[in-house]
Design a binder for this molecule. Structure first.
Ligand code: PMP
Length: 385
């Protein structure tokens, strides 16, 4: 056998389909094509370039505390307390790391035994199942038509955790209080962890109420909250995310963080701690606009006879392909090659989602979004039986 053969585990792990598509977009753009990009997992905001020369503190160029810069942990703990009434001890119940993607992986690594099952409702953010597999666990996907109130059917003696992505990427759905209470009851009854990914918590329109999972379990007996600065602050490239959990779990994640990452980027953490509220003040009005655009587009799609999975938050729409005879991958490939519009195939978000596509309205101006939507509708019409 060649020395370059990968571990057998890797054959079970796929590339992130959204990132694969976006790489294709970058390649097409580099070769001179104008691509309307409705496939990116982020909203673009106008933000001032950070100035580091007025930062206080020493060691800005160096490693910092592996739990995260103390000032940043304090700000994040206060944010969860003030916004969602979730008490967080900044010394022991939070760890900041290089993005929430790494945070979720480290938490899974810290809690899963080989063969442990993790319940993941579809449509899911596509890294959950692959991360579970990387940790030698077993992702148990739940088709998208199964109600949260029926998740109990998927619990077995091997179930270790349930992932709740609220608001949801790709549907923009916000869970109701009754649904969250049900998940917590289920977790308590079976000794499971609820891994609550709240990366889009700011992207909720007025009138929709968002409840943090942590508010149901202030002592963190079974709740792990994961969040990120990537979306709410519009700084995905800074790679800063965090986990809020029981100190016992945070201590385990700390060990993994020390061996994999050391610490989140120090100078950026320091900047964030000092400008925490200023940045949010800049992003919040822009968040409101992009969420309003999302809901405007949802209305336009409905008017044009297209079905969108119910949701009101984020900048994503999970739209049905209606009568098109194409599966989601064939549809997206044709849309990109022939229409110059990129969206993500629904199959990336679960096997029950191959009749859908994810449309992200966060990274293009309104007129280009409208042109992209027209191209999607035209391709559905052209490929309908
Ligand atoms: N959770 C969800 C639901 C996401 O959509 C993303 C990024 N697309 C992440 C986590 C990871 O974000 P980051 O690593 O940038 O914090």
């Amino acid at each position: 056998m060649s020395a370059t053969h990968p571990a057998s585990l890797m054959s079970a792990v796929d590339q992130a389909l959204s990132i694969k598509y976006n790489n294709l977009v970058y390649e097409l753009r580099d070769s001179g094509h104008d691509i309307i990009t409705l496939s990116l997992g982020e909203a673009f905001f106008d933000l001032p370039l950070p100035r580091f020369d007025d930062l206080s503190g020493v060691g800005l160029h160096h490693y910092s505390h592996s739990r995260g810069l103390p000032q940043l942990r304090q700000r994040l703990a206060k944010y969860y307390q003030d916004e969602f009434q979730v008490p967080v001890d900044p010394e022991q119940e939070i760890i900041v790391t290089a993005g929430s993607k790494a945070a979720i992986y480290m938490m899974l690594l810290a809690v899963l035994e080989p063969g442990d099952e993790v319940i993941i409702p579809e449509p899911f953010w596509l890294s959950y199942p692959e991360q579970v597999r990387l940790c030698r666990g077993v992702p148990v996907m739940v088709p998208q038509d199964v109600s949260v109130f029926d998740l109990g059917r998927y619990v077995t003696p091997r179930t270790r955790a349930i992932v709740i992505n609220n608001p949801n990427n790709p549907s923009g759905r916000v869970h109701t209080v009754a649904e969250l209470a049900h998940v917590h009851d289920l977790a308590e009854a079976h000794g499971l962890l609820v891994i609550a990914d709240e990366a889009y918590n700011e992207f909720v329109p007025p009138g929709t109420s968002f409840r943090a999972c942590g508010a149901f379990d202030p002592d963190k007996h079974h709740t792990v909250t994961v969040n990120s600065m990537s979306k709410n602050y519009g700084i995905s490239g800074w790679r800063i995310g965090y986990v809020i959990a029981h100190r016992r779990l945070v201590d385990e994640v700390l060990k993994i963080n020390q061996h994999l990452i050391t610490c989140a980027p120090t100078i950026l953490s320091c900047y964030l701690a000092e400008h925490f509220d200023d940045i949010l003040e800049i992003t919040r009005p822009q968040i409101r606009r992009v969420v309003a655009l999302r809901n405007e587009v949802a209305g336009q799609l409905a008017d044009a006879g297209m079905t969108v999975v119910p949701g009101s938050a984020s900048f994503y729409l999970f739209a049905s392909l209606g009568d098109s005879v194409l599966d989601s991958t064939a549809f997206c490939t044709r849309l990109l090659r022939e229409g110059g519009v990129s969206v993500v195939p629904g199959i990336a978000y679960g096997r029950s989602c191959d009749r859908h596509i994810r449309i992200s309205v966060g990274a293009e101006p309104v007129d280009r979004v409208a042109r992209g939507i027209t191209a999607i509708r035209d391709l559905i019409d052209a490929t309908s039986a």
